[in-house]
Design a protein around this ligand. Structure first.
Ligand code: G3P
Ligand code: CA
Length: 408
């Protein structure tokens, strides 16, 4: 299930290794979007736990803040669509209309609930008509806190014998900050409490909160981008790289939906700027797929998601957010694993600074040129150390700095 490096990760022992901060992954990451949300109501411990069982490297909680300042996992601060709050008469008078990100929204808002009150609610499937099976679980699962997610991930990591990380998103930070509920403090406190063996990224659409976090943490930061934007120009990407390590673009910004065109070039441009690229969101159902990948006419039926993954992975993306982690894991496992080594005979990558590292050569890591030329000696040394640590962690015979592309 876990591809070519299964034997090494299966024997993983949580020793004193550095977290994979500011370092490209050994292979494209499988990031479970809201857990295994194709199979369970999103943002529940059960959804995250299933995602891990299906091979996810990271689980992705979207984080909002309760009235008493606790981070909980919901995609929106309005909780009427994904919980049974409407069935609780004691909360009927909390229903209200409020401006959120410039839009009038009516419903129940997480910032009006204490954690103890929120714990009385149960999650519901967001897409009941599309994901009818998931309705089986309506009313069964709580809204988890971020701390509960972290504890579960650490426990599952020990149980499965492989490193599993968290990939929290700071949702609507301006909205919450305006009512005195900031994400940053509790988020960093939770990650500190988890200790150094919990791989983590922090993501947001909000560049302001990422810039602030960059001053407070070495956890790698992810700039999400949902529309064509100045951030995606070479200059914009260079600016992003001053505070973030990863670009998280919407799928359509990376590759053509019809699958018959060439790469849009964004992945290469981001790599040139020193950014990894984690793309969202991959889903198996026909309704989310390009026409070329659909199979049959049922919107809820699964199409050729593997075909879609293959196109994006061939562009060199470094991670995929997915509602169906098992499918993503299969796609990553099926990907040709040694693009760097494949090109050894031609010396093409050598000309670009790649030294064609192999498993077992980690003590002889040589740094790549290109974007690293702008780094200080100390930063290069840090990257070198992280490369070695990651190679030891994953045991993958792969050149981490260029990931087979010749450059970072
Ligand atoms: O965080 C990546 C992706 O999840 C962003 O979109 O709306 O699903 O949080 P959203
Ligand atoms: Ca998200």
């Amino acid at each position: 299930m876990f591809g070519s490096d299964v034997s090494s990760v299966a024997t993983w022992n949580p020793g004193p290794v550095a977290p994979p901060a500011r370092t490209p992954a050994a292979r494209p990451l499988v990031i479970a979007h809201r857990g295994a949300s194709g199979y369970r109501p999103e943002h529940t411990l059960e959804s995250y736990r299933l995602a891990i069982a299906l091979g996810a490297d990271y689980v992705e909680p979207d984080l909002v803040v309760t009235a008493d300042g606790v981070l909980v996992a919901r995609h929106e601060n309005e909780i009427g669509a994904t919980t049974d709050v409407a069935t609780h008469p004691q909360f009927a008078n909390r229903r209200t209309t409020r401006a959120v990100a410039g839009r009038e929204v009516t419903g129940w808002f997480v910032e009006d609930f204490l954690l103890a009150e929120l714990k009385m609610l149960r999650a519901r499937e967001r897409l009941p008509h599309l994901r009818a099976h998931n309705r089986t679980y309506d009313g069964r699962f709580e809204v988890p806190t971020f701390d509960e997610i972290v504890d579960m991930v650490l426990a599952e990591s020990r149980r499965h014998g492989r490193p599993i990380g968290v990939y929290p998103e700071v949702k609507q930070p301006s909205h919450f900050a305006a009512v005195g509920l900031r994400h940053e403090g509790p988020l960093l406190a939770s990650l500190r409490r988890a200790g150094p063996h919990l791989p983590a990224y922090i993501q947001s659409f909000d560049a302001g909160v990422l810039r602030a976090l960059a001053l407070q943490t070495t956890v790698p930061l992810v700039q999400l981008v949902g529309s064509d934007d100045d951030l995606l120009t070479p200059r914009g990407l260079r600016e992003v790289s001053t505070y973030a390590q990863v670009l998280g673009p919407r799928k359509d910004l990376v590759g053509p939906r019809d699958g018959d065109g060439g790469p849009a070039g964004l992945v290469d441009r981001a790599h040139e700027a020193g950014l990894s690229v984690h793309v969202w969101t991959f889903r198996n159902e026909n309704t989310f797929l390009a026409p070329v990948d659909r199979r049959g006419s049922e919107v809820a039926a699964f199409g050729d998601a593997l075909g879609e993954y293959a196109r994006f992975l061939s562009l060199g993306v470094d991670g995929v957010f997915t509602d169906h982690p098992d499918t993503a894991r299969s796609a990553v496992a099926a990907q040709p694993s040694q693009r760097c080594h494949q090109s050894r005979e031609s010396d093409g990558d050598e000309q670009n600074g790649c030294r064609h590292l192999e498993s077992g050569q980690s003590q002889d890591v040589e740094l790549h040129e290109g974007p690293h030329q702008a780094h200080s000696h100390e930063q290069k040394a840090e990257h070198q150390r992280d490369d070695v640590d990651l190679m030891a962690l994953h045991g993958a015979p792969r050149c981490f700095r260029c990931r087979g592309r010749g450059r970072v």
